[in-house]
Write a protein that binds this ligand. Structure first.
Ligand SMILES: *Cc1c(COP(=O)(O)O)cnc(C)c1O
Length: 396
């Protein structure tokens, strides 16, 4: 998954353009730019690649989620349904606009279980935020049907699955809004950065203003611009955007490498009847950023994870015990440990999450995820494949 494995002359050239003119900010200073507008260019490229009308780049994936929520008009007291398995950024973004993250079970797709989502909808629900974890997607058709029925926003967190598709559409482009992260470990990286995509003119228009203190971006005198509503600063710098441009151009190539490496590993593991694979919803194509497998029980999954490490197979994760990606270890959220006080609305709303998520526990307990790297040689991948088979067989 990490795009930094493919850094080269292309990234350097784009950054050099920015250093040559010295304008590190995306707005203003037009006479000095020599025609370079890297953030704008990255937005055009992103919208084109993702087949959406609009794209907005921002300073992180978390910022993309925050700006997307704000642009959809989500705020104080609104509930947003999100999965128990995701990176903490999902609930941070929801809290940051004053809304309430409502945790919801996952299923064998390792993403939101549609029946559980339907049961979690209340009159306060404003949005459903599926997270396409580890290279594959949620059952977007079923989630969209729930959104249509209850008039909710469908916001896709596609930070870990850029380049995958659903019903032929790039992940992130199926819902009302979709978000990507370009942080250092993501498939497309610019150090720190993120982007949102949408086909809604209204959301796109709000997004560019909100991420820049509410600036309306009319005319070419920043100081004279008006502020139609409150905003914040989530801007991406030109230096970061420059790296992103070169990285995004490599995305199709990156996905090809991921698919090739993933397929070699997956084919090898199919020889073990006890190993099954994470379900990919019908008409979905993974980004192949991870290979996600199920062992028959939690006990065997723990042993398999340990054995993989013992056989020198690095970059395999047992998310069930992870501090950052699974609700069980989010005690700072569940116990409401915030620096300042949270609003009473949020304090009450968050209590909903203090329950058990048994279905999630069953699937996560059985899951081992292996990162697919880009720099492996074919030899390294085949050796890795046999080591994985050996490791898993040793515990069965
Ligand atoms: C990385 C990530 C984010 C946040 O992205 P940052 O750019 O690190 O803020 C959000 N959601 C998921 C699922 C992620 O993996």
């Amino acid at each position: 998954m990490p795009g930094f494995e493919l850094f080269g002359a292309e990234e350097k050239k784009e950054v050099q353009d920015v250093l040559d003119n010295g304008v590190l900010m995306r707005y203003g200073f037009d006479p000095m730019r020599n025609g370079h507008h890297k953030a704008l260019e990255l937005e055009r490229d992103l919208a084109k690649r993702m087949q959406t009308k609009y794209a907005q780049v921002v300073s992180s994936g978390t910022a993309a989620l925050t700006v997307a929520l704000a642009s959809a008009g989500i705020g104080s007291g609104d509930e947003v349904i999100m999965p128990t398995f995701t990176f903490v950024a999902s609930f941070e973004a929801i809290l940051s606009v004053g809304a309430i993250p409502v945790l919801c079970d996952i299923d064998d797709t390792l993403t939101l279980a549609p029946e559980a989502v339907e049961n979690a909808v209340t009159p306060k629900t404003k949005a459903i935020m599926p997270v396409h974890m580890c290279g594959s997607m949620a059952d977007l058709k079923a989630l969209k049907a729930i959104c249509d029925k209850h008039h909710l926003i469908l916001l896709e967190d596609a930070c870990q699955a850029i380049g995958g598709t659903y019903e032929g559409k790039p992940l992130g482009s199926y819902g009302d809004l979709g978000c990507f992260s370009f942080d250092f470990v993501k498939t497309v990286t610019c150090g720190e950065g993120g982007g949102l995509i949408t086909n809604s003119k209204e959301f796109a228009d709000r997004a560019h203003k909100y991420q820049d203190h509410g600036h309306d971006h009319v005319g070419n005198d920043r100081g004279a611009e008006t502020h139609p509503f409150l905003g914040y600063n989530y801007r991406l710098s030109e230096l970061h955007a420059a790296v992103g441009i070169a990285q995004l151009r490599k995305l199709d190539h990156t996905i090809e490498i991921q698919k090739k490496n993933y397929t070699i590993l997956r084919n090898a593991l199919t020889s073990i009847p006890e190993v099954t694979f994470r379900r990919v919803p019908e008409n979905g194509v993974e980004s192949y950023a991870f290979l996600n497998i199920f062992l028959p029980t939690e006990h065997l999954a723990r042993k398999a994870h340990k054995a993989l490490g013992g056989h020198g197979v690095d970059a395999c994760f047992y998310w069930f015990d992870n501090n950052w990606h699974y609700y069980k270890k989010w005690e700072h959220l569940l116990e409401q440990k915030s620096l300042g006080s949270l609003s009473s609305e949020i304090q009450i709303g968050l209590k909903k999450n203090n329950t058990s998520f048994d279905t999630s526990d069953v699937w996560m307990g059985r899951t081992v995820s292996c990162l697919i790297k880009l720099g492996w040689t074919e030899d390294e991948v085949t050796t890795r494949a046999s080591k994985m088979v050996e490791a898993i067989q040793s515990i069965l």
